[in-house]
Design a protein around this ligand. Structure first.
Ligand code: TYM
Length: 334
């Protein structure tokens, strides 16, 4: 077993990437690519659990790849690939399904959320979503998985499946851990304070890496505020906390400190604060947006990247699957 930790993560191709995807996941990828062996993929198969219409799939897969590259991922340093190009994933998914129990899958928070959101399509792929995710990770025997807070439970399940496999068939898989360079996993809140930013739900409360300057300004302007604190030491309501949190992601520390002081001495002007946040957000998002557009224009470049990434990922997947089949006693010839 390799002693150097291997890194793996993925993003579904369900729509435009947003600030949560960047600060929860991609920011870590970009730093990890210089320190570890990394496998990063577009999870097009997971996408089918909620988006069975494939008319836009190719375009969306290209977009996620382009957005990853525009954010700083270097396809020469990492394996950047598409999930469905690695057929070994489906084989491992099948074996792991025998080690996953119906009860634990039904209790998964994301499954319960999806059942609420799409009661007309509660398919088995949705139920076994965490098993496919575990297969993605274990296929490379990865132990570090950079993800946002919302993926914590899926990672815990991946650890359980890995441990069950190791216990039954022998020690093949390291225990995968959710990873973030800070102290805790990140959750970027929705602009209206109603949970987290999300690719396909609640779009007016999400800042996308593709948003125009005008959209960014409008969305931030609409964020809820109030008349401000009237007594020093007043705790911040959630919706105000969210504005500060977004500032911490994109604004310089002097600006944050100024608004913290204004809040504490009850002189804060939320209009000014939101204007400052909008400026800093535009400064952060605009260059990424422009770069994505340039990369998207070159389909051949994107196809080549995907093919090169798949070759690298396949090599690692095939090595793991040989070990897996042998450990499971599925090799019947001498
Ligand atoms: P997906 O496409 O929903 O999200 C991609 C990444 O973005 C993070 N993220 C957030 N982080 C902070 N705040 C938010 N508001 C926010 N919204 C999304 C997610 O935590 C994730 O890291 N199941 C995965 C895809 C996947 C995968 C894998 C991940 C498939 N196979 C193997 C890791 C390893 C997902 O739904 O990602």
């Amino acid at each position: 077993m390799s002693t150097q930790p291997i890194v793996m993560s993925g993003i579904r191709s369900t729509g435009f990437l947003h600030l949560g995807n960047y600060f929860g996941a991609i920011r870590n990828y970009v730093r990890m690519q210089d320190e570890f062996e990394c496998y990063f993929m577009v999870a097009d198969l997971h996408t089918l659990t909620t988006h069975p219409d494939t008319a836009q799939l190719k375009h969306n897969v290209h977009r996620v790849l382009a957005e990853n590259i525009a954010c700083g991922l270097d396809p020469d340093k990492v394996a950047l690939y598409c999930q469905s190009h690695i057929r070994e994933t489906s084989e491992l998914y099948l074996y792991l399904n025998m080690l996953a129990y119906k009860g634990e899958l039904e209790k998964t928070t994301t499954f319960k959320d999806k059942v609420r959101l799409q009661p007309e399509n509660v398919n088995a792929g949705l139920l076994t979503y965490p098993v496919l995710q575990a297969a993605d990770i274990l296929l490379h025997r990865a132990s570090l998985v950079p993800v946002g807070k919302d993926q914590e439970q899926h990672l815990e399940m991946a650890r359980n499946f890995a441990n069950r496999f190791n216990h039954r068939y022998g020690p093949i898989f390291p225990e995968p851990m959710a990873f973030n360079y800070g102290t805790e996993l990140v959750k970027v809140p929705a602009l209206d304070g109603s949970g987290k930013m999300s690719k396909s739900e609640n779009q007016h409360a999400t800042l996308y890496l593709a948003d125009s300057d005008e959209d960014i300004r409008k969305k931030i302007k609409k964020m809820k505020t109030d008349g401000g604190p009237t007594e020093p030491g007043t705790p911040k309501p959630d919706y105000i906390q969210s504005i500060f949190l977004l500032m911490q992601l994109v604004s310089p520390s002097e600006a944050i400190q100024k608004f913290e002081e204004d809040y504490n001495n009850c002189s804060i002007r939320y209009g000014d604060m939101k204007e400052r946040l909008a400026q800093d957000m535009i400064r952060f998002i605009a260059p990424i947006r422009e770069k994505v557009n340039q990369i998207m224009a070159d389909e051949t470049y994107l196809s080549n990247i995907m093919e090169k990434g798949a070759q690298k990922a396949r090599k690692s997947a095939q090595a793991t699957m040989e070990m897996v089949r042998k450990a499971m006693g599925l090799v019947y010839y001498p």
